[in-house]
Design a protein around this ligand. Structure first.
Ligand code: MV4
Length: 447
């Protein structure tokens, strides 16, 4: 049983986790940097510990400080949230070695999915469809070129330890393959300390679709449908939706079942997300994330399931509180990420919030740690609020979204609210015709 959770994170996700703990009657310990002493997650927690100066490396990523904070406060579990230490298998292992519960999957599964080649091999064996490409790492240029020729150009060279768009190089033709390959290996070596790369056929205009799964240690694994996360810029998602317009109920049920069965066979315990590219009516597996994700609330909104609650419960050794037959999808949900960034330039905007008014009413949820007078420090991710909207269908969802965006007041820092207002009025967004390149095209005006 988990009685007290240390939350190794900040901002809205720390508050989200605090809320799940409170609902479960679990005590909470916040950690914070000196820059976050007055932050909402510190105010809402039962206890708090300062773990270091503002720089993430010295506070939210400071493993000895965080594990010490858990030990001195008498916490019996650590929730890493997302980002920071959430997908660090060494940290997950250390937490366990200290007799604490890591609220996440087994360290071995985190390490497995961190290696994208290993992840692909695993899910290929479990029967998921893959993008046409190399079966593993390609460690010499001759073999790599032969493989690239076989795949056909354009070819994408991906770093084994990359992911989330980091460490990718595109080769448009055989003429520039050698240079792209050597550059990719060189950059991967510097960025990840591992220069292994693999190849995939480059899909030119895919959508980004991901399936949410959750499983317990008794072999129960379920899926909670998919999210369309195609609306992104520079690998940063801006707007997510569920359900996807391109997945039929029959396909969702069959494919979801296949994924859930695969998770059960793997012995995976916890929440997770399988990422796919969608093109020409087909899904292709690319990566798996082993953390709770930023966009999890849209799935919560249409299923009515508290995913963070289930995550904490299964980490504590409990059975999933529901089966696949209990999972129903109600209407449509959209999340807008409200970043403290200028809507035109995307430059981050730190400062103090001088006026704050949050939207409400039917179908509206706001996940945020903002309050009137709160600080937005320059040291961290620019996500300051998530506006999540649900309605019976997509059209009504968009109408509610426009209403909520119109009510939202955040003064003192620049935000992406104007960008979202623009997107909610865009004919291509309204008709649902967008792929992963849509936003970049819209911003630059290119076709
Ligand atoms: C691809 C691709 C096209 N073809 N793989 C980027 C993030 C990483 N998770 C995988 N990524 C991509 N892999 C093949 N074979 C295009 C991307 C990609 C992308 C994917 C999802 C969301 C946003 C993206 C932005 C640029 C490129």
């Amino acid at each position: 049983m988990i009685n007290k959770v240390l939350i190794a994170n900040r901002g809205e996700i720390a508050v989200r986790i605090l809320r799940a703990c409170r609902d479960l009657g679990i005590k909470t310990v916040a950690v914070h940097s000196t820059a976050d002493a007055d932050a909402m997650h510190v105010r809402l927690a039962d206890e708090s510990v300062c773990v270091g100066p503002p720089q993430p490396r010295e506070s939210y990523l400071n493993i000895p400080a965080i594990i010490s904070a858990a030990c001195v406060s008498g916490a019996d579990a650590i929730h890493p949230g997302f980002g920071f230490l959430s997908e660090n298998s060494v940290f997950a292992h250390m937490v366990k070695e200290h007799g604490l519960v890591f609220i996440g999957p087994k360290a071995d599964h985190i390490a497995m999915m961190g290696d994208k080649i290993m992840a692909k091999k695993t899910f290929a064996r479990l029967g998921l469809p893959m993008v046409f490409g190399s079966d593993g790492a390609l460690n010499n240029i001759d073999k790599a070129t032969k493989m690239a020729d076989e795949i056909g150009y354009p070819v994408l060279i991906k770093a084994a330890c990359g992911g989330g768009g980091r460490g990718m190089k595109i080769a448009q033709s055989r003429q520039n393959f050698a240079e792209a390959y050597e550059t990719a290996r060189h950059e991967a070596g510097i960025a990840f300390g591992n220069d292994q790369v693999y190849l995939e056929k480059y899909l030119s205009n895919p959508r980004h679709i991901e399936f949410q799964i959750i499983s317990d240690e008794f072999g129960n694994a379920i899926h909670l449908g998919e999210r369309d996360c195609s609306m992104q810029r520079r690998n940063q998602k801006i707007w997510e939706e569920t359900l996807s317009l391109v997945i039929t109920p029959e396909f969702r049920e069959k494919f979801g079942q296949k994924i859930a069965r695969a998770m059960g066979e793997l012995g995976y315990v916890g929440v997770g997300t399988l990422e796919f590219l969608y093109e020409n009516g087909q899904l292709y597996f690319i990566e798996m994330n082993t953390r709770i994700q930023v966009e999890h609330p849209i799935t919560e909104m249409i299923t009515g399931i508290d995913i963070v609650r289930e995550q904490i419960l299964v980490a504590g050794g409990n059975r999933l509180s529901l089966s696949q037959d209990d999972v129903m999808f109600r209407g449509h949900a959209i999340e807008c990420r409200i970043n403290a960034e200028n809507s035109d330039t995307f430059l981050p905007s730190a400062g103090t919030v001088t006026n704050y008014h949050c939207p409400g009413g039917p179908g509206i949820r706001v996940d945020s740690a903002l309050y009137d007078g709160s600080k937005v420090p320059p040291y961290y991710d620019s996500l300051i609020a998530k506006l999540i909207v649900q309605a019976n269908d997509r059209e009504q969802c968009l109408a509610r979204l426009r209403r909520a965006l119109g009510e939202y007041v955040i003064e003192g820092v620049d935000t992406l609210i104007p960008l979202h207002q623009n997107l909610a009025d865009d004919p291509d967004v309204i008709s649902g015709k967008f792929d992963i390149h849509f936003l970049e095209r819209k911003i630059t005006g290119k076709t």
